[in-house]
Design a protein around this ligand. Structure first.
Ligand code: TRP
Length: 367
């Protein structure tokens, strides 16, 4: 069966491996790992598992060329652990001196997710606050709203639409509606506009995203090729991360709040959510001791892998102890809850510092 990635779908991707063979996404291999200027657990644990042209981008970085990172977020709900990953990835690049831009996809969220403008602005404020709280430097990070962009950006959308056929669009996305077509071209403009002299002329742009966004990157790469002569555009590079699962084992999403951990959750809420999480444990403690657990099924293990354990050996020990039945889910959950509460409290404290200064750094649309 051929796999279709739906950037607007709500489903977890079942097999990340298939993305290599079906779409030509390259695996993050040892060669890439050795080219990274700094280590990060997202790479070493293959949470960021695939890429397109990341090797070329890393080479450009190493050679001191003008490089940038750009990603976008739909302000479609409260900020949860899935978003936190993206902020942390951006911080990683900012710390190694790369220019970071973030698109707030308010045009897309309005048109495709049908979220009212007022809500969008509230959510956006929350996103930006937490982005700063986890360490993106407000002075160095360029955060912009899609609907607040100016002429050269919007001109790109008009120009791009001329060189793509409906058949091509449908081959990439499946069935489409006007709102999605406009959202797709808008995202292409997000990704490519940094290359224009008006926006800094960054020719080496890396787009770190969830694997569901790859259709947009395929469209963007085709369009870049077609405008190579006219606008001097180059293909962007991209990396793909796996999503942290919700506590029910499906994609973490604000539409299922009982299974998502929000950065705004209080202590009690976090604890009770974690205690109810789906694990790879057996029906009884006795069976667990006898047969061992199945950590790959466990959403609490995900919490350790994505966030709670920095050291590889801690993660390995947990995996082994779980497999051997040496550790039971109850105690493991209590520890995870405690660590998570600490981590989130710290982020919340930082967030308070930024709550009232967001508009000093980011221009909000006025309509
Ligand atoms: N479509 C993305 C999402 O669903 C958001 C987005 C908009 C984006 N513009 C972008 C992502 C540019 C990467 C690059 O979340």
């Amino acid at each position: 069966m051929t796999l279709k990635l739906d950037p607007w779908g709500h489903f977890a991707i079942e097999s990340y491996e298939k993305l290599f063979s079906q779409f030509g996404i390259q695996p993050i291999d040892n060669n890439i790992l050795s080219m990274l200027p700094q280590k990060h657990r997202f790479f070493s644990r293959k949470i960021i598992f695939g890429h397109r042209d990341f090797d070329k981008w890393l080479k450009a970085y190493k050679n001191g060329e003008k490089v940038a990172v750009l990603t976008g977020l739909m302000p479609s709900g409260h900020v949860h652990l899935g978003h936190l990953m993206v902020f942390e990835e951006l911080r990683f690049y900012q710390e190694i001196g790369v220019h970071v831009s973030v698109a707030i996809a308010d045009a897309e969220a309005y048109a495709v997710r049908r979220i009212p403008r007022k809500k969008l602005m509230e959510y956006a404020r929350e996103y930006i606050m937490y982005a700063y709280a986890i360490g993106l430097d407000p002075k160095k990070t360029r955060i912009y709203f899609q609907t607040n962009s100016d002429t050269p950006y919007y001109r790109l959308i008009q120009m791009f639409s001329r060189k793509v056929s409906m058949a091509e669009m449908e081959a990439i996305y499946g069935e489409l509606e006007p709102s999605k077509i406009v959202a797709a071209f808008t995202q292409v403009a997000d990704i490519l506009h940094l290359q224009l002299p008006e926006y800094g002329g960054y020719k080496w742009v890396l787009v770190p995203v969830g694997a569901d966004q790859d259709p947009h990157l395929r469209l963007t790469r085709d369009i870049a090729d077609r405008f190579e002569n006219e606008l001097g555009l180059k293909r962007p590079a991209s990396t793909y991360h796996k999503f942290i699962r919700g506590l029910d084992g499906n994609k973490m999403s604000s539409s299922k709040p009982e299974y998502a951990i929000f950065l705004s959750d209080d202590e009690e809420t976090i604890r009770s959510k974690v205690m109810k999480a789906l694990t790879g444990g057996r029906a009884t403690a006795e069976e667990q001791r006898k047969y061992g657990g199945e950590p790959w099924k466990c959403t609490v293990y995900d919490l350790y892998m994505y966030y709670l354990f920095e050291k590889e050996e801690d993660l390995e020990t947990l995996y082994r102890d779980c497999l051997k039945g040496l550790i039971l889910c109850g105690e493991d959950k209590r520890r995870a809850a405690k660590m998570l509460i600490e981590m989130i409290k710290e982020i919340q404290e930082k967030a308070r510092e930024f709550k009232d200064v967001i508009e000093d750094y980011v221009e909000f649309p006025r309509f």
